[in-house]
Write a protein that binds this ligand. Structure first.
Ligand code: GLC
Ligand code: MG
Length: 424
């Protein structure tokens, strides 16, 4: 949380399933568009928060299936677990808040008396969350009765219905909205309240995100009935909340534009000639742009590859060095040769590249050190390399204004490849 030295320009707090992540798009296009926009324009001075109903187990599973960025803060189990950073360090202070008038044993005992409730899987039962399935027709009545019994037993709980099937019971002080309010409070204490916060969601458990003061909100096009119903009863006249006409992450991009929160053109949406055009040099944009190029190159979406070979030769320094993740050193000239051979190598495959956590520091007036995670997915298989690159604008000839002089990669976690054709 302390990565930024001043207020974030934008804090996005987004639900995952059917908001950031579109389960109906096997190509994952809208999240990939969001990723490119975030890394090119926001990562360095903004905060990305994922807020999901999933437990840590199911959250980690989703990360393996979908092209997701690494958030700064992860809120899981419907706002009952908050963690920070890559290491997912838990916020112990938050757990203390949740013990007020909460006793999981009593919840288990009382819910077992309701035959309409079917217990969700073991992974989704958490210290401050009990989760069930219940049919739509029964939901309202069960929620009312359950809430009465639990009050009688001395508890103060919150019962939330989501996605037309999930029923969660949480401590009254928990929930996605309260977790966001808690984060805001912490940031205020550090003098770093974000300049803008955008909450994004699609279902019942997201409603309270939209009730936090000064938060902009977007309900994506495909929002669930229960969220739209909540909106029409509670927030219809609030101009800070919109119902997007785009689904999932495309709706988030739309909201960034609607509320004028910053740039809202994803580099992924640019045609190649526009993408490669050099405006002002920006290291993060440079990295995003190069990997979008590489993806299109491998997918055989680059016409007239001769012309683009010129681009490669212009941006890779002829005395540049590439250390691949196997520890083998190659010249960047050799890398270009390999790229030439591999043009279209992923044609017809479900192949995507996205960069994550792109951070740069300026070393001197012409040199930048950029580090990022480079992910690629072919079908269901994901691989990830930590990458550092040195970019220079010194003595650069040609129209692109920058050259890559050094690239070094290391495998992340379990990622590794067959090796033969791995580069950059
Ligand atoms: C996620 C969780 C589930 C919860 C639902 C709604 O699907 O896995 O336990 O009930 O979100 O909050
Ligand atoms: Mg959702």
């Amino acid at each position: 949380m302390n990565r930024l030295t001043s207020s974030a320009r934008l804090m996005i707090v987004s639900d995952l399933d059917h908001t950031m992540v579109d389960h109906h798009d096997p190509e994952n296009l809208s999240i990939l568009r969001f990723n490119a926009l975030w890394e090119a324009k926001y990562r360095h001075d903004s905060l990305l928060v994922f807020s999901t109903g999933r437990s840590p187990t199911l959250y980690k599973q989703l990360r393996k299936e979908k092209p997701m960025l690494t958030p700064d803060i992860t809120i899981m189990s419907v706002g009952t677990e908050i963690t920070y950073g890559n290491e997912m360090v838990p916020d112990e202070g938050w757990v203390d808040v949740l013990n007020h008038k909460w006793d999981k044993k009593i919840v288990t005992e009382e819910t077992s008396k309701f035959p309409e409730l079917t217990l969700q899987s073991e992974t989704e039962q958490r210290p401050h969350k009990a989760s069930f399935y219940v049919k739509k027709e029964k939901a309202q009545e069960v929620m009312k009765n359950l809430s009465e019994v639990l009050v009688k037993r001395g508890l103060d709980v919150k019962i939330i219905y989501s996605g037309g099937m999930d029923l969660d019971i949480l401590p009254q002080g928990a929930g996605k909205g309260q977790a966001l309010a808690y984060l805001h409070k912490k940031l205020i204490a550090e003098g770093k309240l974000p300049k803008n916060t955008l909450a994004c969601g699609d279902s019942g458990n997201d409603a309270e995100l939209f009730t936090i003061p000064d938060v902009h909100g977007v309900m994506v096009k495909n929002a669930q009935e229960e969220l739209l119903h909540w909106y029409s009863e509670n927030a219809k006249n609030n101009p800070k909340i919109i119902h997007a006409d785009e689904t999932c992450a495309a709706g988030i991009i739309q909201a960034i534009g609607h509320f004028k929160l910053g740039p809202n053109t994803s580099p992924r949406d640019l045609p190649l000639p526009d993408l490669l055009k050099s405006d002002n040099f920006d290291p993060a944009f440079e990295v995003v742009k190069f990997y979008l190029f590489l993806e299109r190159w491998q997918r055989a979406e680059v016409e007239n590859s001769e012309q683009y070979l010129e681009y490669l030769k212009a941006v890779f320094s002829s005395c540049g060095v590439y250390l691949n993740p196997y520890g083998v050193e190659q010249s960047l000239d050799d890398v270009i040769k390999k790229m030439e051979e591999s043009c279209g190598g992923k044609k017809g495959k479900q192949y995507r590249i996205w960069v994550d956590q792109v951070f740069s520091s300026q070393l001197d007036s012409n040199t930048w050190l950029v580090k990022f995670k480079k992910w690629e997915q072919t079908g269901e298989e994901q691989k990830c390399c930590f990458t550092t690159a040195i970019l220079s604008t010194k003595d650069v000839k040609g129209p692109h204004g920058v050259s890559w002089v050094h690239v070094h990669q290391t495998w992340v976690d379990g990622s590794k490849s067959d090796g033969k054709n791995w580069f950059l």
